[in-house]
Design a protein around this ligand. Structure first.
Ligand code: PHE
Length: 406
């Protein structure tokens, strides 16, 4: 960021009265958490992509988009509050960091795929707390069908639906009540909209049930909503640990958007879902900033393809002490050693690692050096207190294993 220009990834933008991108968000643009295989954001993305296995996944569209893509293509009115500087990160009047993956709906449609997913980092100016961060991640889902007579439409939709029975508490023709406040578009036939909505509901409920497979009494609720680019529209919430959590927005795609892509005789649905909140509840991650941690204790904690509970680690600095000694001939059991260290020092020991080992050529005696990492979960430790503990460890190790301390 210079005075006159903003330069990013080989592109240069001349500052104008709209420019408000910050060095902080720009510095995170290339992190691509949704593509780091062991980041929970990426694990959720991959699980969703495998669930929607016949959808084409896109995950590398540039987050730098035009106002045309982010707003106009989606029929968002010129005076809509979501366009304001206070809600977005603008490079200039016409260019911003995408505020949602919906910015790529037309790009997805132009690929010719009838069913696709778009994932990526999205950017919004927002409040600061444990569950809000100016950058988060979304996955967009999109599917469209031939807008024919209801009988062939029904056959078409049934053929493409997975047979997830847990999602079948949603009937194919359910009570997507047509109300003036959440209307069917004038150009659509109510029967066909109900079929498309039924497919949308089945697809989303089935995805949610597969992510929450280990939660037997998960509740999902659909609430009428409004988006300029869908009608009717809904928000989906899940009841988890005593609270309703909003996870996605969705609806039947506004026909002018389809028509712009030359798909006048098709009818489709779309959803956009935030990945952070979902990952926070599924992995028990208490703070949204953890996803950005480059600490190995975070990045190496998770396995692709697996939802597992986060194991908290300390945010306080470590104090490191080495201990080396000659061991008597015969067996040496490292586990027993660790046990004794733990016994002498307690939970303040985070890690014990063998860092050096050699055998004296003449005496044939073996020397070992272990590195002990001390760290408290809830406070800074002082060097003096750790020295005292280390002394105790040395005494106990000497007594217990009859080693010769060096
Ligand atoms: N883009 C919307 C948001 O970020 C979500 C959405 C996507 C709603 C697709 C409807 C259809 O809030």
């Amino acid at each position: 960021v210079t005075d006159k220009f903003v330069k990013v990834n080989g592109r240069t933008f001349e500052r104008d009265e709209w420019t408000n991108v910050t060095p902080n968000v720009l510095s995170k643009m290339n992190r691509k958490l949704h593509l780091q295989p062991t980041n929970p954001i990426s694990i959720i993305r991959q699980l969703i992509e495998s669930h929607f296995n016949n959808y084409k996944p896109f995950h590398s569209f540039s987050p730098i988009v035009s106002t045309q893509q982010n707003f106009d293509d989606l029929l968002i009115p010129k005076d809509h509050p979501s366009r304001t500087k206070s809600d977005n990160y603008y490079f200039d009047k016409n260019t911003l960091l995408r505020a949602h993956t919906s910015a790529h709906q037309l790009q997805g449609l132009s690929s010719g795929e009838k069913k696709f997913l778009i994932s990526g980092d999205v950017y919004r100016r927002d409040e600061i707390d444990a569950s809000h961060y100016p950058i988060f991640h979304q996955i967009e889902g999109f599917a469209y069908f031939d807008n024919t007579d209801p009988v062939s439409m029904r056959a078409q939709i049934e053929a493409g639906m997975n047979n997830d029975t847990r999602a079948n508490n949603i009937d194919l023709l359910d009570d997507t009540v047509i109300k003036p406040s959440n209307p069917i578009q004038g150009c659509h036939s109510p029967e066909n909209v109900q079929l498309v909505a039924a497919d949308l509901k089945h697809s989303i409920n089935s995805m949610i049930y597969s992510l929450f497979a280990d939660e037997p009494d998960l509740k999902v609720r659909w609430i009428d909503a409004y988006f300029p680019f869908t009608s009717p529209s809904w928000e989906v919430e899940i009841f988890y640990k005593g609270a309703w959590l909003e996870v996605l927005g969705c609806g039947v795609v506004q026909q002018p958007l389809m028509n712009k892509s030359g798909l006048d005789n098709k009818i489709g649905w779309a959803f956009g879902m935030g990945l952070e909140r979902l990952a926070m509840v599924l992995f028990d991650i208490p703070d949204i900033r953890l996803f950005w941690s480059e600490d190995k204790r975070f990045t190496e904690q998770f396995t692709p393809g697996k939802i597992q509970k986060f194991k908290p680690f300390s945010k306080y600095p470590p104090c490191i002490k080495d201990i080396s000694f000659w061991v008597p001939k015969g067996e040496w059991h490292e586990n027993n050693f660790c046990e004794v260290v733990r016994g002498a020092a307690g939970d303040i020991v985070e890690n014990v690692q063998l860092i050096d080992e050699f055998t004296h050529p003449k005496t044939d005696k073996r020397s070992l050096c272990y590195r002990i990492l001390y760290r408290s979960m809830d406070r800074n430790v002082t060097n003096e207190e750790i020295n005292a503990i280390q002394e105790k460890v040395r005494d106990v190790v000497q007594d217990e294993f009859k080693v010769e301390l060096r």
